[in-house]
Design a protein around this ligand. Structure first.
Ligand code: ITT
Length: 201
């Protein structure tokens, strides 16, 4: 059976993608499981460009069909920041902040700005074959940033991202709920059909 490479080094994404794709009956492998240590520069100007760069680089290096996710948090009061730079937000040449430090940094940027701090998560999924056939899907999840952390699930900005209709932060959702509502879940919904076709033959 051919395998699908989950082309990410983010453990939070790996967990969610497993839950979202395991029922397809396709064997999922991670870069570390196949001994692949690849750090792809994310210098594109769109999520799609970065997702494609990651998917293509991993597919070429592994010889496997590869699925990459490029995602970010867009906060209206910050003109869409951190957006494409969500993973590196607040980082300096001295190093990358932890998830908790980045949440603190984001909240410091919002101090004094009127609430609600409306925001959305955006995920773009790119699927690449080793010969560089490409497919792209997108998903969004609207919500708002809150000043106090709530919940311990998920990763990244989840504890300060409230889904007003549910009354919970992303970090208060269990995995099933997050995987029904999240930007990543919505992007994967559309990717599932593409994967079924690619792995059917
Ligand atoms: P890979 O490139 O290896 O996939 P990464 O963490 O660098 O891992 P991105 O460049 O796509 O991934 O950065 C996305 C960042 O956006 C991520 O590090 C989080 O800070 C944030 N983010 C994305 N999806 C999220 C989610 O579901 N919950 C919380 N934060 C999220």
């Amino acid at each position: 059976m051919k395998s699908l490479l989950i082309a990410t080094n983010n453990q939070g994404k790996i967990k969610e993608l497993h839950e979202l794709l395991d029922d397809l009956g396709i064997e999922l492998v991670t870069p570390s499981q196949i001994g692949l240590n690849l750090d792809v520069p994310e210098d594109g100007v769109t999520y799609a460009e970065n997702a494609v760069k990651k998917a293509v680089a991993f597919a070429r290096a592994s010889g496997l069909i590869s699925l990459a996710d490029d995602s970010g948090l867009e906060v209206d009061a910050l003109d869409g920041a951190p957006g494409l730079y969500s993973a590196r937000y607040g980082s300096t040449n001295g190093g990358k902040l932890s998830d908790a430090e980045r949440r603190k940094y984001l909240l410091s940027k919002l101090q004094g700005k009127p609430r609600p701090w409306t925001a959305r998560f955006h995920a773009t999924i790119a699927i690449a074959t080793p010969d560089s056939q490409l497919q792209i899907t997108d998903g969004f999840c609207p919500g708002e940033i809150i000043p106090e952390e709530r919940g311990t699930g998920g990763f990244g900005y989840d504890p300060i991202f409230l889904l007003p209709e549910v009354g919970k932060t992303m970090a208060e959702l269990d995995m099933d709920e997050k995987n029904r509502l999240s930007h990543r879940a919505r992007a994967v919904m559309n990717a599932r059909g593409i994967l079924k076709e690619l792995f059917a033959g």
